[in-house]
Design a binder for this molecule. Structure first.
Ligand code: NAD
Ligand code: LMR
Length: 328
């Protein structure tokens, strides 16, 4: 058997954390031969609840689950961890935008960035889920000066998966028939779900659906899907978010299939004219716990303007939390 990997889940007593912990323990994230040690990090008020999660994990008797640590101490929660999945944060409710959470949630991510810097494995991989995810990831990465920016990502995989579902439905195909979906930008209303490079069973998507459908129906539907779920459930997405976490980390670690890519928010290196440093969702290929931004995609004027709108929004979010970014 392989050496177990240590996986820290913050906010593990919350809705997403509860849906996620069992899937990680079952082997869905790292494969059927990779043991895991779970570190469930919560706030003191939620420790009783997270103890219940720990009891249920034990009751599942997962063969791959070697240990579970329940704690409200980030020094213990992040100690030598290989994967830090930062979910613990406030969710939005009806009528809010994700960026309305910025002031309240931002401080969590500066403290956790410092703790990851100090206690985690120097090869740790970090995924930020708590909203506004892109800017929270920027805060965490900026507070971890000893780590590489490439070790920090934010989640747009849920938007990516939503887009696959929508396009499969429209073209009467299976999600497995679709490749090269892309989410550009911020996990917000300015995100740009782009089917311009998609192939459906090898056929370009725009030979099967019209540009008007993409602009008038597909793009706004994906942009608003989070709010649509909140409207229906009275709570934000949880099981689908946990599923996207599994997909994001699995592909980062085990690699993306040849000829395809996935969407991840990563530190911009200036690709496609995006401000360097902001956490922007790009199409990426992954191999061996590393990613590369897909280069050379053609962007027409419409696409360019969508990317720039998200870039502007991310710069604005950055200016709101500037005091949480250590001065260089
Ligand atoms: P929730 O309220 O059900 O759970 C949040 C949990 O985090 C709670 O148990 C709380 O005690 C814990 N927590 C709060 N501060 C913490 C801290 N400093 N350290 C550790 N734990 C802490 O919320 P949820 O539905 O699980 O959503 C969590 C976050 O994920 C929200 O910000 C939500 O908007 C976001 N989200 C993001 C995506 C995405 O695609 N990026 C998708 C869905 C939800
Ligand atoms: C989502 O996309 O479902 C999450 O970011 C939750 C939200 O606030 O929309």
């Amino acid at each position: 058997m392989k050496t177990p990997v240590k996986v820290t889940i913050t906010g593990a007593a919350g809705h997403i954390g509860y849906a996620l912990a069992f899937r990680v323990a079952s082997g869905a994230m790292f494969g059927p031969d990779q043991p895991v040690i779970l570190r469930l990090l919560e706030i003191p008020q939620a420790m009783s609840s997270v103890h219940g999660v720990g009891m249920e994990l034990e009751d599942c008797a997962f063969p791959l689950l070697y240990d579970v640590v329940l704690t409200d101490d980030s020094a213990i929660g992040f100690r030598e961890t290989d994967y830090a999945i930062l979910i613990g944060a406030k969710p939005r409710s009806k009528g809010m935008e994700r960026k309305d959470l910025i002031e309240e949630n931002a401080k969590i991510f500066s403290a956790q960035g410092r703790a990851i810097n100090n206690y985690a494995s120097d090869q740790v991989r970090v995924l930020v889920v708590g909203n506004p995810a892109n800017t929270n990831a920027l805060i965490a990465a900026s507070n971890a000066p000893d780590l590489d920016r490439k070790q920090f990502t934010a989640m747009t995989r849920l938007d990516h998966n939503r887009s696959l579902g929508r396009l499969a439905n429209k073209t009467n195909t299976l999600v497995a028939d679709i490749t090269r979906m892309t989410i550009w930008g911020n996990h917000s209303m300015t995100q740009y779900p782009d089917i311009g490079n998609c192939l459906v069973k090898g056929t370009p998507a725009f030979e099967l659906v019209s540009r008007d459908w993409a602009i008038d129906h597909f793009i706004p539907r994906i942009q608003r899907r989070g709010a649509e779920i909140i409207e229906a459930r009275g709570l934000s997405s949880a099981a689908s978010a946990a599923d996207a976490v599994v997909d994001h980390v699995r592909d980062w670690v085990l690699g993306t299939p040849s000829g395809d890519w996935v969407s991840m928010a990563v530190a911009s290196d200036g690709s496609y004219g995006i401000e360097e440093g902001v956490m922007f969702s790009f199409p990426v290929t992954c191999e061996n716990r590393d990613y590369e931004i897909v280069q050379g995609l053609e962007l027409d004027e419409f696409s360019q303007s969508r990317l720039m709108a998200s870039d502007r929004e991310l710069r604005k979010e950055r200016s709101v939390i500037e005091e949480l970014l250590p001065k260089t």
